[in-house]
Structure formats: C-alpha cells, structure tokens
Design a protein around this ligand. Sequence first.
Ligand code: DC
Length: 217
Amino acid sequence: MKPPRVVTIDGAAGSGKSTLARGLASALGLAYVNTGLMYRALTLAAVDGQVDVDDGARLATLLATLRFSLDDGEPPQVRIEGGPSGPRLAGAEVEAHVSAVARHPEVRAPMRAEQRRLGENGAVMEGRDMGSMVYVDAPVKLYLEADPTVRAARRSRDRAEGGAAMALHARDRSDMRVIPFEPAQGAVVIDTTHREIVEVLGEALAIVRARAPELTA
Ligand code: DC
C-alpha cells in the first residue's frame, strides 16, 4: 500500500506546532488538520450542553452530533458543524476542561477515526498522538519541544490572556495523564526554544524533501 500523503506534527502546547503545521501545509499544498480544535469543539459543546466532562459515554454521544470536514481555504482547514466554533474554542473554559474530555477512550477512538478520514487526501496533521496512533505509517513525523517558559510566553502572546504560565503548567500536567509527551517512533525531534518558527519551517521542509520527496512534487 502507498504511504499516506501525511506529515504528523506532535508536541506540547506552545511548542510552535500550529504555526509550523499551517506553514508546512501551505508550502506543500496539503490540508491542515488541527486535531486539538476537534477536542476543543467537543469540550465547548459539553460545557454549553452541561454534559459532565467525566462521563465518557455521554461525551461520545455528543461527539456523534458534531460533523468535521475541511473548508475550501488555503490551506484547507477543519470546519466544525453542529457545534460551537470561533474564538471561544481558545478560551479559558475550554482550557480548563479539554484534558478531561480528551482522556476518555470512548472519545479518542471516534476522534482518531475522524482524523484519519480528514487526512486521507493528504494533510499535515497536528496534535498529540498523530505519529503514534493516527498516522503510524506517515512518511514524515515531527515532534516539537520547547522550554516551558518559552511555551508559556508564546501562549500569552497568542492569546493575550493573563496567567498563561500557570494555565500552561496545569494543562501540561493534565495532558500528560492523557498522552505521554514523547516522540512517536521514527519522529524527528525539533527543539524550538531558541528558534523562530520560520527557521523551523525551513528545517521541516528540508526533512520532508529528504524523507518524502513525493510530497514536495
Ligand atoms: O493542541 P491544543 O492545545 O489545541 O489541544 C487541546 C487539547 O486537546 C490538549 O489539552 C490535548 C488534547 N489533544 C489530544 O488529547 N490529542 C490530540 N491529538 C490533540 C489535542
């Protein structure tokens, strides 16, 4: 079977994943699938619908009412229908509960199936378990790391939110209970602590050219 036209990018919050993933998707002419957004959409739907974030079965039922597709942007990105979208997805109420929602196997299994479907025509897949679970056979896997202080600073720049360092630290701890923070087998680890993401984009493109030249054709 032909390998998927997929690059996976995993790593912790604030490691630069989203900027890199979007840039790489544009450069390669692939879709950009931000899987964190899918967990965020389910979390916000749960908050709005007063669904207990500890109730995996009810969350799975709620997830079945959301529809994920790709829009016609450049690059194409995840579109959420049947549920909330917009700036609240990045807000504090979501940050507070998203790890709890993402913890349930009843939620993760259908999410992974949806994510595979969204990537099937070629994509840069951004998340936590893209290289280890969703696209184990991706020809290029990247794993981004950065010091927590730098990650928190990036978050507060992105979000204009107080208490970013505290919030990031708390979410790191709860995220770690969901998915181990470690590179997938075969992933290239890139430390973004002292680097601008544009530089990292150049490096990522060079890795793609070396490992999967068919993606740059
Ligand atoms: O990447 P992000 O910060 O938008 O992710 C939001 C949350 O979703 C994060 O707390 C971890 C979770 N997540 C996950 O468990 N698996 C993924 N593939 C993506 C995100």
